[in-house]
Design a protein around this ligand. Structure first.
Ligand code: FAD
Length: 470
């Protein structure tokens, strides 16, 4: 079977993972990345130091054979540890036991492991090559005069500033939420693009390691300082540090705009996150050195242009980071794409119908990425506000107890998303039904002992039995 060269824009996380898997299937792959090689030069984009990687991401990394080496640098987090203003700490487990954890993984280490594995697999990576756009040569959209049905990619060397054109057969845009490949596609009249920016921004901060690389707080948890309309979170790193993210509105008294001096920043932390401040001797320096990032949900369609160009990962569907699913979703794109590709390769056809493959990929994936985009937005309110509410925490206990009593039938929404590979759209639909069931069962109660389990059985039977076991 013909194996055309696959050209990928973006060697972040999704690009190299897909590249490795395509090489393993015999496709020549060339990656173009606008940044310098992070294995040789320090590259910071001001994004999270670490990422929560869970079932979907792990599965995809395992399929490509790169999870085993990452496993040693992943710190399992069993639940959320809430830091209340009173100094009280409340732990809320994510799952039933030690097997249900999410993993804090260094973004840089993950990126480096993927780049190394991609090169070892024979992928050619060109760094400091920014893709400016690509289009079917015949369309002349970007002004090229070529008469064949291939693709022309426009690149700029980030060091010299020189631009060049290269010919390509199949192009994958894995160039992140501000994708240039998508930008070019969006010129087409049928392309639909919705970008929803939050009024909130984020800033990356660090809690340094203690003596001898020790951790200053609990390691097996994701720390949250929920403060109603804003929050701070911290994820542990293997070197004893914590990668923190401060989420605040851009404007207003408690927003980034108001924190315009060292004393204001320190005062804000003293008033709102005093225990975190005690662990951040370089807070003000750290705060002003790092950029304030924006968060966007990108919904666009179609994700492909004929059988030539396809968007994947954040380029197709960036989501806000509150469910810790962005990369898990992007990696699951790879799983889904490769399953369809494998089916096409073994179909007995002489060549792959790329247009059909891209269309099938889009239709199976789009409802799921829409669902996780919504779930991620909903989770922002849960994390910054509801996790401090005793009734919410009680319901989380009942949620887990229901799963233990009705395994497979009742699976908490968080578990469906983070510990299983149940399609996101199914998790969203079942999650909504379960939310109503939980509200009905827990109304007016606050102790697990008071739950009426025969009523629970009736509700589960009424609402979930017809949906079948997961
Ligand atoms: P990216 O990681 O953005 O990679 C795109 C790559 O393309 C980059 O290397 C970029 O330099 C390159 N590039 C961009 N433009 C061009 C161009 N024109 N030409 C060539 N190269 C280009 N997800 C989780 O699953 N768990 C988490 O805990 C989590 N936390 C997050 C916290 C924050 C604050 C943020 C902002 C996001 C978080 N995410 C998380 C989401 C996650 O970071 C993204 O979903 C993920 O990085 C997307 O991977 P990607 O490869 O599609 O895009």
């Amino acid at each position: 079977m013909k194996t055309p060269t696959i050209t990928i824009a973006g060697a972040g996380l999704v690009g190299p993972l897909l590249a490795i898997s395509l090489r393993q299937r015999g496709f020549p792959v060339v990656l173009y990345e606008r940044r310098a090689d992070m294995r040789r030069v320090q590259v910071s984009d001001g994004r999270s130091i670490n990422l929560a990687v869970s079932a979907r991401g792990i599965y995809a990394l395992q399929q490509a054979g790169v999870w085993s080496e990452l496993r040693d640098i992943a710190i399992p987090m069993r639940g959320r540890l809430m830091h209340l203003l009173t100094g009280e700490l409340i732990f809320q487990p994510y799952g039933q036991d030690e097997s249900e954890v999410i993993n804090s993984v260094s973004r840089a280490a993950l990126n480096i492991a993927l780049l190394d594995a991609a090169e070892a697999a024979g992928v050619v990576i060109h760094f400091q090559q920014r893709c400016l756009g690509c289009a079917r040569a015949a369309d002349g959209i970007v002004g090229y005069a070529r008469a064949d049905d291939g693709i022309v990619v426009r690149l700029r060397d980030e060091q010299s500033g020189q631009e060049k054109l290269i010919a390509a057969e199949v192009v994958i845009g894995a160039d992140g939420s501000s994708s240039a490949v998508r930008g070019e596609m969006s010129r087409s009249p049928e392309f639909r693009l919705f970008e929803e920016r939050l009024d909130y921004g984020y800033k990356e901060l660090t809690i340094p390691a203690g003596q001898g690389g020790s951790h200053a707080m609990e390691t097996r948890a994701l720390h949250i300082w929920p403060r109603g309309s804003y929050m701070l979170i911290a994820l542990p790193n293997v070197d004893g540090t914590y990668g923190c993210i401060l989420f605040l509105p851009f404007e207003g008294e408690r927003g980034f705009a108001a924190l315009d001096s060292e004393s204001r920043v320190v005062e804000f932390f003293r008033a709102n996150f005093p225990d975190a401040l005690a662990l951040m001797p370089n807070l003000a320096e750290n705060y002003f050195a790092n950029p304030t990032g924006a968060m966007v949900t990108v919904r666009c369609f179609p994700w492909h242009q004929e059988g030539n160009i396809l968007l994947l990962g954040d380029a197709a569907h960036a989501i806000v980071p509150f469910f810790g699913q962005g990369i898990n979703c992007g990696f699951e794109d790879c799983t889904c794409f490769l399953e369809l590709l494998d089916a096409a390769r073994t179909s007995g056809a002489e060549s792959i119908d790329w247009q059909k493959l891209f269309t099938d990929f889009e239709s199976s994936r789009k409802p799921n990425t829409e669902a996780i985009a919504d779930l991620a937005l909903e989770n922002f309110v849960e994390m910054r506000d509801r996790v401090a509410d005793p009734h919410f925490l009680f319901k989380k206990k009942v949620d887990l107890a229901l799963e233990a009593r009705f395994p497979g039938l009742y699976v908490p929404k968080y578990a469906m998303v983070a510990f299983h590979r149940i399609p996101y759209a199914v998790a969203q639909q079942r999650g909504r039904i379960q939310d109503r069931l939980l509200d009905e069962l827990c109304a007016g109660m606050n102790r697990l002992e008071d739950i009426d389990w025969s009523k629970a059985a009736m509700l589960v039977h009424r609402d979930l039995t017809q949906l079948g076991k997961r």
